[in-house]
Every structure is written in structure tokens, then in C-alpha cells.
Design a protein around this ligand. Structure first.
Ligand SMILES: *Cc1c(COP(=O)(O)O)cnc(C)c1O
Length: 461
């Protein structure tokens, strides 16, 4: 044991008064810095007892400073998504439109008419802000927005089917991602799952045969993150609605991504839309606010007035209610669809609609702006962008990417990815064919300068 190293441990005062901490002491509560210094000294003592090297007062002050920087750096931090995956759950899903951000900002900075009816001065409903917009856009009678789609489903099933049976096609009793499984949500809502058909084929008679006095609903769930190909059959919405009508059973459909524009217009497979589910007579349609709808995190339910009001009255509705900032930005996002300018204003649709030539031109600009990149080979190469976020599985958009091969630099593709993540504005890219690929499609135009800076810094010798 290193007794002299232990004796040489500096005092708290010596560390706190180190120049390294001068501006930190000026900016924050001194007692807090003193506490963190005590912790750092205790850590150093333990490390010396375990055979570690002694540390100078400035080194210990440096670790205190690092701990403070880590705590006070705003988090989550903005970054650049150069993966080409438009809706990336780990990167925060949909970026908001300017109008949606402004709307959230306006209600965040002060008071608002969140739950007051300005014409009467009496208490109003926060749902009123959204209801008519959602009904106009989807053709539904009634609408409700909550915290996210998972909670919307939990609320819907709890309110309509607790203690009873819900019939689901076996191929739709799926896991959506992040441990979210339809059978688990049903169980959590107090319902009994009755799965019918087989993994690949389900017919109307499978549903019909499973109906009992205890059946509360038919549930359809969009298999949003995988594709069953080949010998398959599913019961379409209209057929199930007809069956439900004759048996007096409501049909619920979790369409997942909330695409309000037709994805086939952009060369993608058709993604089920809330509008067509309503037109088919579905009782309640569930979808997310922050996937293809392109708004904030939210879960939206549209459909039959009586069913929606049962959800509104359920005690869980309060537990999963939407907050005012999401509500404001969701309203603003929906307005883009009514005005017909979603493709030019909602970032996820701007990205999906971006022409490959425009993407290629940006990749070329990035390549041309790179100067100090000794040992790296760069090229603009064809690529495929994905929609992601549990929508359009396996579907990609033709795109272009800046490809960087670290061959002659002594670096590896992995170390270059790490260097890009380590920039003041981190850049998330991907590796393909042993090269780092950056797809401009998912990089917001106003991030071009930051991206070029990060690239130059990460490639600097
Ligand atoms: C994404 C998704 C969900 C979960 O939605 P959240 O808004 O993330 O809670 C549920 N169902 C389907 C089909 C989905 O694609």
C-alpha cells in the first residue's frame, strides 16, 4: 500500500481553489463543487489503496470539472442523422416542421387556452384543439390524442374490452419493437387474447368461428416492421367490419405509422392510412404522431363517437393524457395536411419526396468541401434510404451517399464512425462495404455547414 501517496492526497480546499475549477466555482454553487471534490478525493483514495497512481490537485480538479460538464451539458443533444433512415426511433423519430416548433414554443413560454373555452370563460377540453382537425383530415366522427400509440391502445382496450375477449389474427399478434407486444398490451389491459388463423393465413370464417358472448372486439394490427411473403391471406378491413356489424362487435385497427399521405406516390409500397380505415368503417383507428405523420410523440385515436367517448371517460385517459407542447405542435402539424402543404413543410415528407438528383448534388457538395482528408478516399455512390420507424419494412428509396474509405489513413470505418459521433454536433453515419456512408436525404438542409465541419474535423490528420 502506498502510504506516502495517501499522505500526499491534497485537501479539499487545495483542489477547489485550483485554476482548473475557477470558472466552475464562479458559475455554480460552491458547496456543490465542494461535495463533488470530496467524492473525487474519496475515489482517488480508493484507487491508491487499490494500487493506482497518485494524482496531482489539478488532475483531481480536472475530474471534478469533467463530472460537472457531464451533468450540466443539455441532454438529449441535437445531432445529425446521416443514416438515411428517415424515422429513426433511437434518434428521436420525426423532426418537426417550423410551424410545429413555433406552436410548441408559444405555449411553452406562457399560459394558453389549453383547457378554457374563450367564448364562455368556462372550463374547456384540451382535446377540442385537435378534434375537428383530425375529423376533417380522416373523415372520422370523433378523435382523441394521448401520450403515444402504445398508451392509446392500452386505453382503448382497457375501456372497451377489459375482462373480455379480443380476437386477433395470429399473424398480427406481433412485437412492434422495444419490447412492445400486442399480446402483452392485451393482457395489461385486462383482455383475453383469442388468436385465430395461422401465422401466414387468416380467413373471415376464422374470426366468425371464434366469436362468443364474451367477445368485445376484433383487433387488427399493422405488421409494421416485418413482411410476410408468399402464401399469405389476411382479412381486409371491409370484410371484418361487415362481420363485426352482423355480430355487434367493434373493429379496432392499429395502423401504426399514421401515414396521412399516400406512400405509393413516392415509389413506396402502400402504407395503410387512417382515412381508408375510417372509410372502411373501422370503429377505432390507432396511430402514432411521430412516425409518418411527422409530428411530436403522440398516440391518436379516431373513429366512432360512442367508442371514443368511452375512451375519454376511462380513468386511464387522465394517466396517458397528452401534454400542452405536444398538443400544440401536433395541431400545427395537422394543419399542414389540411392546407395541402405537408410535402413541402413536414420534414419527414420533404425527406421522402427529395429527388435522388438533389440528394446526389448535396453529397457532391460535401465531398468538394472536404479539404484535409489525407489517406481517405471519398466518392459519391448510389445508396438506398429507408423510411424506418416501424413503417414500410423492406422498402427503400433510391438515394446517393458520400462514401469515405479510410484505407490509406490507418483508421478503420468503425473508428471514423466514432470520431464522427465525438464531434460537437455528433454525426451518425453507417458502414457499408467497409466504407463509411453519409446519406444527405436525412440531413436537414440547415445542418449542412455543421456536417461539413464535423467531417473535416473527424478526417483531420
Ligand atoms: C410504432 C407502433 C406502435 C407504438 O407506437 P408508439 O407511438 O411508439 O407508442 C404500435 N403499433 C404499431 C403497429 C406501430 O407501428
Amino acid at each position: 500500500m502506498n502510504q506516502s501517496a495517501l499522505r500526499s492526497l491534497p485537501s479539499v480546499e487545495r483542489v477547489v481553489t485550483s485554476d482548473v475549477l475557477a470558472d466552475v466555482i464562479a458559475a455554480y454553487d460552491r458547496d456543490w463543487v465542494v461535495d463533488l471534490t470530496r467524492n473525487a478525493l474519496a475515489e482517488t483514495r480508493r484507487s491508491i489503496l487499490a494500487g493506482g497512481e497518485p494524482q496531482s490537485p489539478d488532475q483531481i480538479a480536472g475530474s471534478v470539472r469533467q463530472a460537472i460538464d457531464d451533468l450540466v451539458t443539455p441532454s438529449p443533444r441535437p445531432l445529425i442523422n446521416a443514416t438515411g433512415v428517415v424515422i429513426h426511433t433511437n434518434l428521436g423519430r420525426a423532426p418537426l416542421s417550423k410551424a410545429a416548433m413555433a406552436a410548441a414554443d408559444a405555449v411553452a413560454r406562457g399560459y394558453s387556452d389549453l383547457e378554457i373555452d374563450l367564448s364562455t370563460g368556462r372550463r374547456g377540453s384540451r382535446q377540442a384543439h385537435l378534434q375537428s382537425l383530425l375529423c376533417q383530415i380522416t373523415g372520422a366522427e370523433a378523435a382523441l390524442a394521448v401520450n403515444n400509440n402504445a398508451s392509446a391502445l392500452l386505453l382503448g382496450l382497457s375501456a372497451l374490452a377489459a375482462g373480455r375477449e379480443v380476437i386477433v389474427a395470429r399473424g398480427e399478434a406481433v412485437e412492434i419493437g422495444g419490447g412492445f407486444r400486442i399480446p402483452d398490451v392485451l393482457r395489461q389491459s385486462g383482455c383475453r387474447l383469442v388468436d385465430v388463423g395461422t401465422t401466414n393465413r387468416t380467413y373471415a370464417r376464422d374470426y366468425a368461428d371464434a366469436v362468443t358472448d364474451d367477445t368485445a372486439a376484433f383487433l387488427k394490427a399493422h405488421a409494421s416492421n416485418f413482411r410476410v411473403e408468399g402464401f399469405t391471406a389476411a382479412v381486409d378491413e371491409r370484410e371484418l367490419v361487415a362481420l363485426g356489424k352482423s355480430a355487434g362487435i367493434p373493429v379496432l385497427h392499429d395502423v401504426g405509422s399514421g401515414a396521412l399521405l399516400p406512400t405509393e406516390k413516392y415509389g413506396l409500397a402502400h402504407e395503410p392510412t387512417p382515412q381508408e380505415a375510417i372509410a372502411a368503417g373501422i370503429g377505432l383507428v390507432f396511430f402514432s404522431g411521430d412516425k409518418l405523420l411527422g409530428g411530436p410523440q403522440a398516440g391518436i385515436v379516431v373513429g366512432n363517437r360512442d367508442l371514443v367517448s368511452r375512451l375519454e371517460r376511462h380513468p386511464l385517459a387522465r394517466a396517458v393524457r397528452i401534454d400542452k407542447m405536444s398538443l400544440a405542435s401536433l395541431t400545427a402539424t395537422l394543419t399542414h395536411y389540411l392546407s395541402g402543404n405537408a410535402e413541402s413543410q413536414v420534414p419527414v415528407w420533404q425527406m421522402i419526396a427529395a429527388h435522388p438528383d438533389a440528394v446526389r448534388a448535396r453529397a457532391q457538395l460535401w465531398k468538394d468541401a472536404l479539404t484535409a482528408s489525407v489517406g481517405y478516399e471519398t466518392a459519391v455512390v448510389p445508396a438506398r434510404s429507408a423510411v424506418g420507424g416501424g413503417s414500410l419494412p423492406g422498402e427503400t428509396l433510391p438515394s446517393w451517399a458520400l462514401s469515405i474509405s479510410p484505407n490509406g489513413s490507418g483508421a478503420s470505418p468503425e473508428s471514423l464512425l466514432a470520431a464522427l459521433r465525438d464531434q460537437p454536433t455528433p454525426v451518425i453515419a453507417r458502414i457499408e462495404d467497409d466504407t463509411v456512408r453519409l446519406d444527405p436525404r436525412t440531413v436537414l438542409p440547415e445542418q449542412d455547414a455543421a456536417l461539413q465541419q464535423a467531417l473535416s474535423a473527424a478526417l483531420a490528420p
